[in-house]
Design a protein around this ligand. Sequence first.
Ligand code: S3P
Length: 441
Amino acid sequence: MRPLVARSSAPLQGSARVPGDKSISHRALMFGALAVGESRVRGLLEGEDVLRTAAAMRQLGAAVDRREDGSWHVHGVGIGGLCEPADVIDMGNAGTGARLLMGLVASHPITCFVTGDASLRRRPMARVTLPLTEMGARFVAREGGRLPLAVIGATEPLPISYTLPVASAQVKSAVLLAGLNTPGETTVIEPEATRDHTELMLRHFGAELRIEPHGARGRTITLIGEPELTGRDVDVPADPSSAAFPAVAALIVPGSTIRLTNVGVNPLRTGLYETLREMGTDIKFESQRVQAGEPVADLVITAGRLRGIEVPAERAPRMIDEYPILAVCAAFAAGRTLMRGLAELRVKESDRLGAMARGLTAAGIKVEAGEDWLAVEGMNGKAPKGGATVVTNLDHRIAMAFMVLGGATAEPITIDDAEPIDTSFPGFAELMNGLGARLGV
Ligand code: S3P
C-alpha cells in the first residue's frame, strides 16, 4: 500500500505527453504475436496491464522484447501457431488483457489457465465465455464464469454471428480474435458502436473485415477467417483516457493552461471531450493528423467557467472510462450534472459508481446515485471542503480522479493506495507535479 496526498495547487502550466494508449498497446502486442515476421511498436504503454500482456504472449510462444531506444519488438507465431503455456497466465488487474487473451486461445487447440488479482477475479467473464463456447471452446470457471478459469480451445472452431448484449469493445474483440483462427466469417453485431481499435489494427496487419452500419448507432463487423497477418510497425498515440486526468485538473484549477501532445482522438473515445465542450469549456484539438490508422491531436486546455449538463446514456460507450473524472469536474460546474447509462461502471476494476458517490460525498460534494446513474451538484467554482481519505480498491482511475480533485479542494485529499495507478499511467504523480500539481506523501 502506497498512500498519496493531493494538496491544492497554483495554476497548472506547461506541456506534457501522457503514456501510450492502453487499448492500442494490448492489441499491438497480441496482433504482433499472431503475425508472421516482426512487428515494431513505438510508444507502447509500459504500465502493469500491458506488461502482463507482453508476458502472456511470451508464454504462448511469441518473442517479445524491449530495445534500449524504448521500442518493443514482437516476433509472432502466425495464426494457429500459439503454443500451450507451461504455467498459469496471471493477467494481474487487466480486464482487457484477460478477455482478449481468452478470445485468442479459444480457437487454438491448447489449454490455458488464467488468473488475475483480487479485482480481476471479481469481474464478470461470462460475457466472453458464452460466445466463445458457441465457437467451440470449453471453460471451467468459478461461479459467474469468474477467474481463475481454464480455457480449452476448440480443435475445430465454428464461425458465429453474435449480437453483443452489452456495449463492450472487449467482448467484440474477444469474438473477433477467436474468429482469426476460425474458417469462414465471424460476425459481431453491436447495437451501440464501441471503440474500434481492434478493427483498425486488424486491417493494418492485413486482415479483411467488412464494417456496415447497424441501426442508428451500431455496426455489423464481419471478419474473414484465417487471414495471414504480417508483422507491422505500430505507433501508439497517447491515451485519451489518461489525458483526461491532467485535462480536468487544468479545467478546475483557475488560471491554468496546459498542452497535452499526441493524444489519440478516435471519435469512439472522445465522448468526454464532447461533454466538456457542452459544459462550456474551451478545449482545442490542434495539429490533427493520422498515425498508424488512428487520429491524433495536441490538446490545449484552459480553465474556465463550467455549467452542469445532462450526459445522455447513448454516449457512455464513447467515454466509459471517463465518468470518474467527469464526476470530479462536475463538482466545479454551475448547477447539476446528470450522467445516465452507467450500469457498466459497476463492473469495472471496482464499482466506480459507488466509489465516486462515496468519495465525493466524503469531500463535501452533494451527490445522488441510482443503480445506473449519478448526479453531482456543482459548486460553481467554489472549492469543495476535501479532507477525505479515499479507498482505491485496486482501481487506478478512482485513484487518479481523487488526486485531481485534491488539487482544487480546501483541504487535501488522501488515497490509501496509489499503486494501482501504475497499471495504466506510470509516472502519473511526476507528470502532474511537472505541470504544477502538489501530489506527495
Ligand atoms: C477496453 C474497453 C472498455 C474499457 C477498457 C478498455 C478495450 O471496456 O473500459 O478500459 O480496450 O477494449 P468494455 O469494452 O468492457 O466496456
